[in-house]
Design a protein around this ligand. Structure first.
Ligand SMILES: C[S@@+](CC[C@H](N)C(=O)[O-])C[C@H]1O[C@@H](n2cnc3c(N)ncnc32)[C@H](O)[C@@H]1O
Length: 264
């Protein structure tokens, strides 16, 4: 510990100081709020504040990230098929026809998954698809728990490079990591909608993600979803990244990992 840090009086001294300061005020307001159970008063307006905070944060983030490989911002025409243009753009600009470790979280009937195994024809590539295959494990906005279920059926693909891992990510991913090599370039595609699922996947894969790996998010900008999980993950794990593609006004976003450690 250096001398400066050692001599720094820190929070206990601020808290015990006789002079009323910002720290006392913030603590007092917080304590009073909890004592009076004021969350009951604010509950009806909280969704509006949450939405405002979310859209402001997203807007600020978008203004700082202009993708190099593909971008249709600003478009008035929402077209779900634009995500395919995003895949095509990053596939060619990032040379993704080499051996890759493709991991898709949220496969359902296999629409996006199929694009990747059909287009990457390299015999040494592997394609892993994770899903409950019984639908969303939680409600997500208008989509209720169980939505997207395929009744437990995995996509029927005639390609032995494809492997499906059935179950909650939270129950399957640790075991998968312990027996899988992550030496190839990883393309990690998150299409599981939920904030909880996205954050769990990123945090659990953190030690396996390396510079130059690609992350794709399919429902990026929705509230309680992938944008919030991604920035919370990047901040907490000190990863640096660049945005390489965005389709449908940043609904689908691709990023490339630059660094997985920050200088001390
Ligand atoms: C929007 S769908 C995927 C759509 C698919 N990628 C496509 O292009 O058609 C989202 C999927 O995420 C899955 N999912 C979400 N959270 C999950 C979790 N924690 N564990 C396993 N599957 C999850 C759901 O079961 C659902 O099938």
């Amino acid at each position: 510990m250096d001398q400066k840090t050692f001599n720094n009086p820190g929070i206990p001294a601020l808290a015990e100081s006789k002079k009323f300061n910002e720290f006392h005020l913030s603590r007092f307001i917080g304590d009073l709020f909890c004592k009076l159970k004021m969350h009951n008063l604010f509950r009806p307006v909280l969704p509006v504040f949450h939405k405002l905070a979310h859209i402001s944060k997203l807007s600020e983030w978008i203004s700082r990230h202009t993708p190099a490989n593909y971008n249709d911002f600003f478009t008035l025409q929402y077209n779900y098929e634009s995500r395919i243009k995003l895949y095509e753009a990053i596939f060619s600009s990032q040379h993704l026809n080499l051996p890759i470790n493709y991991l898709e979280f949220g496969v359902a009937g296999g629409n996006s998954f199929s694009w990747w195994h059909v287009n990457n024809t390299h015999p040494d590539s592997t394609f892993y698809g994770f899903d409950t295959f019984t639908g969303l494990p939680e409600d997500w906005g208008i989509f209720k728990k169980g939505h997207f279920s395929t009744n437990g059926n995995v996509p029927n693909l005639d390609d032995e490079r494809c492997i499906f891992i059935k179950g909650l990510f939270q129950n399957t991913l640790h075991n998968f990591i312990n027996k899988t090599s992550f030496k190839k370039r990883n393309v990690i595609h998150i299409d599981s909608d939920l904030y909880t699922s996205c954050l769990f996947v990123l945090a659990t894969l953190a030690s396996k993600i390396k510079p130059d790996d690609i992350l794709i998010f399919d429902d990026f900008k929705m509230e309680h979803s992938e944008f919030s999980a991604m920035i919370n993950f990047m901040d907490s794990f000190h990863f640096a990244y660049e945005v390489i593609g965005a389709a449908n006004n940043y609904s689908h976003v691709a990023i490339r990992i630059l660094q997985t450690k920050r200088e001390e």
